[in-house]
Design a protein around this ligand. Sequence first.
Ligand SMILES: *Cc1c(COP(=O)(O)O)cnc(C)c1O
Length: 407
Amino acid sequence: MTAAPPKEIAAASPHVMNTYGRVPIALSHGDGCHVWDVNGKRYLDALAGIAVNTLGHNHPRLVPALQDQVAKLIHTSNYYHIPLQETLAARLVELSGMTNVFFCSTGLEANEAALKLARKYGHDRGIARPQIVVYENAFHGRSIATLSATGNAKVQAGFGPLVEGFIRVPLNDMDALRKATEGNPDVVAVFFEAIQGEGGIRPMHAEYLRQVRALCDERNWLLMIDEVQCGMGRTGKWFAHQWAGIQPDVMPLAKGLGSGVPIGAVVAGPKAAQLFGPGNHGTTFGGNPLAMRAGVETLRIMQEDDLLANASRVGAHLRAALERELAVEIGNGRVKEIRGQGLMIGIELDRPCGALVGQCADNGLLISVTADTVVRLLPPLIMDTAQADEVVRLLCPLIKAMLGAAP
Ligand SMILES: *Cc1c(COP(=O)(O)O)cnc(C)c1O
């Protein structure tokens, strides 16, 4: 059989808005940790649709469950009870130790709900102009409110006036947090990612998390932790903040919760769970039976297959292999740091490295580069150590070449 000529992927789509600098490939199908493009070329997926495809592709237990659900009921409306919402909420409550859940469809919507909860919390306590502490380099989404909370001038450029009511502080600096909020009676919440994702895989330190929790208790502020990217087992615990032994008052989730089906959730503890009543918040698609089934089955399979332990074990293996393979570059400072936890890993180079995304794709590997200089690995949580070794084998020569060392 002669191979069909490769299909050309148009550099610019004539009808889809030009919002992404896209890698010039189009993917057609996947299986496990691999995807194939329309020309039949295979790629090892170390990005998982940006921390979304928790169970990889074409999972043998997820797919039949979704097929079953599609045939039964895809969407109703939140005008009616949706029993699968109760099932998924009960599970999230159990895993988080928190009490109530609101379902939506994306990360920014979960964060938007968190911001509304914080403002309502303030208004209920007589604070007319509530303020929320947010962080440098944070990413919370691209709606007007969530991009205002985002700490990235590039994301905000062209979209002012921004939403007011945010106070911005640096990461892991208790003194700065105390100083920025000193004597300010309008502060109602502190809001951050336990590990910044888009900001370059930058973790909040466990000790800092515990100190912020204590400060929020002391001042009666809500602690709101955006686990949209770092949550759902990626770090080896269900939620990244659990490594610090703390519990937030509000926790937005999305990305990995439905293994690819759009889903978001905001989980609330006792201080925030009763703030919304009928009419305060809503969504048409949020919590629909298909998305809920995807969440329920994803959590079930993660539990059955102990994917948290897998994320820890394979993540540690991957990180150690990267450190070994890049030892020279770490020694001479061209690789500045390898950061992260479990299967959320960032490799910070001493220079912009966006070109690696296309080079890796040419080499059969899907990755991302974020914050200009950080190679980001977010593979499916089903990845095994042999596949992790393959990531290292495909990636490291390209990093070395980019850094000007002999590959
Ligand atoms: C991706 C992301 C968001 C936004 O999620 P969308 O589903 O793209 O709206 C918010 N917060 C964090 C930490 C994210 O990584």
